[in-house]
Write a protein that binds this ligand. Sequence first.
Ligand SMILES: [Zn+2]
Length: 444
Amino acid sequence: MNRLTEHLIIISFDCLSALDFPILQDLPHFQNILSQGALVKNVETIYPSVTYPCHATIVTGNYPIRHGVVNNTLLQPGRKSPDWHWFRDSIRGTTLYDEVKKAGMTTAALLWPITGKANIDYNMPEIFANRPWQNQIFVSLRSGTPRFQWKLHKRFGHMRNGLSQPELDHFALEAAVDTILSKKPNLLMVHFTDLDSQRHYHGFGSDEAIAAIHRHDIRLGRIIHALKDTGIYENSTIVVLGDHSALDENKAIQLNYLFHKQNLFTVNTKGKIVSWKAYCHSCDGSAYIYLKNPDDTATYKTIKNLLFSLLENTDSGIEQVLTGDQAAKKGADGTCAFMVEAKRGYYFSEDFQKAFIKTVTAEEAILNKKYTLATHGYSPKKENYGTIFMAAGKGIKPGTLPSIRLTDEGPTFARLLGVSLGDTDGTVINELLDLSSYSLEEII
Ligand SMILES: [Zn+2]
């Protein structure tokens, strides 16, 4: 298969929404992409629509049930800060970066989720030190490309302030520009989370979120400049995408509070869960209910009765209850006993203290960051909840499409670089591609 471009630069602006389009079209660098490239006004995300499952979908073309990353975090009841799906081995099957590297091209990934210990030439994975004895630099170096990351850390590390935004994205941008200039990779994937963070702590349409979109425009401009400076711009394709949108909320549904009351888990004197029969594993806008023993029919019945009685109660915040089989049909984890969807204005917390419904104040969201004011994870069928996609440059046919699915992005990226992800849930969107560089033999 011929490739349609030499360099594919994929920029993930976490939580960029279809609703952001009116702002984007007035910003100079987004406008630059839009004026010469392709736009998909609405991209249907996946279920549960949280960052890690979404990013695994983008690089595999598959729904979570197939690629295996069914939530951001691992199921670890009792851990104060659960581990995330940081490592490549959480993903089943092949990925865009694996296929691109196999074809002899150079790959780079910067703070892209689930790339820990992946076979990527220049890799700075998204991972954080999650144990008191761990050091952030050491954890990052060990999970990615050590020399490459050490150089970035020495040059730009002073810009970081732990995981806080916008500093982390300032650092990610310098890393992206430096990687383009010094490595000229065939595939570069970079993940920015400034907008997602601002939306979580200040609200979907807050001034802080709008300011983050403006910062993203400047970041996009710097990346375009770097491609021009290094002389590869004419042979490059720039993709700008979001993974999901977000919805405002101010009520946290704490199902584990009810499970605790019904003795479905045991807590020690320090308040730590030490054994459990059932647990609500939050995906924010939705949640999985897992049974420790899937054959425990008594617990299953207890949970089922509880969930369906909550569904009847309009103040419970629960919009829908799915069985494991029904969750699987939507592409989510079919090994759960149930999956629940929150109404607008609500989301799920794993907390089990104080109350079933916890009302979140702005102070709590901003100061202690334990609760949020807008979040993701909801069903992709929720109204006005799509994300957006735009691309420009080599191999892209200018125009506007009304919609695609998140699963279609990976196969389309693979086609641009002349590789294939095999049989996937998504398909190549040929309407986005300029296939005029096809050789005659391929057409025949
Ligand atoms: Zn995200």
